[in-house]
Ligand binder design. Structure first.
Ligand SMILES: CC(C)(COP(=O)(O)OP(=O)(O)OC[C@H]1O[C@@H](n2cnc3c(N)ncnc32)[C@H](O)[C@@H]1OP(=O)(O)O)[C@@H](O)C(=O)NCCC(=O)NCCS
Length: 174
């Protein structure tokens, strides 16, 4: 795989995985998660609205699982990259793709959860402007990043940080 630093963009294709194609993501999940996360990621793979796959030379090397929790609120359930293909910009490409999809569908905020210890994931999201949210901060409708009403659907568990990114301001007068 080309390095992301040699100036040559990797010849990668990012596209939707249809429902039958989602099975192809199982090895990516097994490679990326253990325990309860693996179980939940497999379950989410079948139930989530949108799964995007990053293909490189005919191989599915990474996936994202995306949901709109509200027309204005996007959620990245999972991002996962085959271990042999990490640190080549696959996740960043999937995240940029997700942000573009959410933005073009009208989302104003995007959330994602990451384990406090998951440096790779935290750095990835922070590199695109996400920041940790506070449970008590003003809600996203008030211009903050409080995820009022959504935390249970997001399945944020103890030991995880909820990260948020504002894509556009709340419309005036709402
Ligand atoms: C987190 C994960 C998706 C990153 O995938 P990746 O394709 O290797 O990430 P990228 O190459 O696009 O990296 C983008 C940025 O993320 C950060 N990053 C990625 N891996 C990192 C690591 N191991 N250590 C520190 N920072 C890391 C860096 O800021 C990196 O930018 P840089 O390469 O310019 O320094 C991958 O490690 C993975 O699948 N992990 C297991 C599943 C998981 O934890 N998913 C996230 C929570 S749902």
């Amino acid at each position: 795989m080309h390095s992301s630093t040699d100036g040559v963009p990797p010849p990668m294709v990012v596209k939707d995985l249809s429902t039958p194609e989602r099975e192809l993501a199982i090895p990516v999940i097994i490679d990326s998660f253990t325990g309860i996360y693996r179980w939940h990621a497999k379950r989410t793979l079948q139930s989530v609205s949108r799964v995007r796959g990053a293909w490189w030379e005919g191989e599915l090397v990474g996936v994202s699982m995306l949901e709109l929790l509200d027309p204005a609120v996007g959620y990245v359930y999972y991002l996962a990259v085959r271990s042999a293909h990490r640190r080549h910009g696959v996740a960043r490409r999937l995240l940029d793709d997700a942000l573009e999809l959410f933005r073009s569908s009208g989302a104003r905020v995007v959330f994602a959860a990451a384990e406090e210890e998951n440096t790779a994931s935290l750095r990835l999201f922070e590199s695109r402007g996400f920041r940790p949210t506070e449970p008590k901060e003003p809600g996203w409708r008030e211009g903050g990043l409080g995820a009022w009403g959504f935390r249970s659907r997001m399945m944020v568990v103890s030991g995880e940080l909820l990260l948020g990114l504002r894509l556009s301001p709340e419309p005036a007068g709402t």
